[in-house]
Design a protein around this ligand. Sequence first.
Ligand code: PLP
Length: 502
Amino acid sequence: MGVPIRAAMHVHDILAATPLDRASGTPLFRQLYQQLKEAILSGQVGPSVRLPATRELSRLLAVSRQTVLAAYEQLMAEGYLQGTVGKGTFVSESLPAAAVPESTQARPQALVRPLSARGQAIAEGMARVRHHDGPLRAFRMSMPGLDLFPFETWRKLEARHWRHSTGRLGYSDDGSGYAPLRELLCAYLKASRGVRCSPEQIVITSGSQQALYLLAQLLLAPGDDVWIESPGYQGAAAPFAVAGARICPVPVDAEGMDLDYAQARYPDARLAFATPSHQLPLGVTMSLRRRLALLQWAAAHRAWIVEDDYDSEYRYTGPPLASLQGLDRAGCVIYVGTLSKVLFPGLRLGYVVAPPGLAQPLARAKAVVDRHSPPIAQAVLADFIGEGHFARHIRRTREAYGERRAALLEALDARLAGRLDCGPSDAGLDLCVHFTQDRDEADVVRRAAQAGVDVRNLSYYTHPAAGPDCAVAPGLLLGFSAFTPAQIRDGVLRLEQALARP
Ligand SMILES: Cc1ncc(COP(=O)(O)O)c(C=O)c1O
């Protein structure tokens, strides 16, 4: 039983922090009992940890062995400890929930001093952002198909770096990222996304989330207006709000962000955030007319455009569309990319293609936050790209996701035609569907979870500051990329159950 941890010093250190009070009227064994119990309940001494032998602890604490024995016996009687003679005394593997006092249960603890206003905004910034947790099941959104990832190749590349990594274990003096990776990404983005860039313009970040945070900090002053798509990506609104910007929700139609609306309502915006290649969650692509109008507005108003190009590798009806950045001649588009969709989110690598002059402040801002991204992960990724695995993986996943998308469309058509209307499906990892009849989104989401599928209600993507102009027909977002056609067909049957009238 138990993890063979030699915890004598650890437990002693914890107890030494509040020495026993020999002048107190409370017996020493009672004080020791109390301290150990608190250490267990607070998690400082975890389940299955072996406690020091009574003789050893009595020596360390300079108390009689009887004192330690009495404390251990009391804790054993109450279920905190278990043990057998000769094998030692261990913290119980599972404490009864009722034994955990309310004050130690997971709930926000009161702070002795309040956070600053900025700290409060940061701490609450991502409160609206939700992830499904638990086992991966249909139709979790925006998840790459991990079943297709070449783990063995990645493992070999990584092992190679660990064998010859001495140069990459210290600090790097370049906050913008591993130079060979920036060169490879630059070549890739030019060829596949029509991005106009040089390696010096690229800054590697910890996912696009960090890129957005740094950009918001560098470019926005409190009170600046920022256009965001509504419905739209909640992860982007958070860093802008944290920087003190006024979030200006802009409706989205079949051509993308409604620029007439945005210009009429918020003409002096400092920054526009958009997903032109594939709008999240509606799946529309911004029309060329809108792209040109957006660029014209930004150039005329000296505003920035942040182009979030998160999953554009996946287009099923033709080659990927060129980026908005590639059309920019005024240097106002900041292109943000991520490896989260094309590889896997836990990698936490993304990048910014900054307009000239912005790359250096961005790299310096990143250094303030975390100096630089982990060099070995960057070097492994560089090899993965350089040796052709990246291009192969994109080809393979594009083909597989195309099949998964077709399986979803077919199954929806076979089982739920007339009840759901599908949105654009030519790109991305998810499909947006609208109810054709009056349905309560929250109720459907709950019933779907009970039936065994994860779906996201479209209203989740509406920013709280959005008015009725941003209203979206009720519906769901369904992720298909992470599931085999068989799992998708099974998921649609479950969704059908959830949509059946009670
Ligand atoms: C619109 C959009 N942008 C970017 C991302 C990726 O964020 P990150 O690079 O921080 O993982 C996501 C992930 O879901 C997304 O939906």
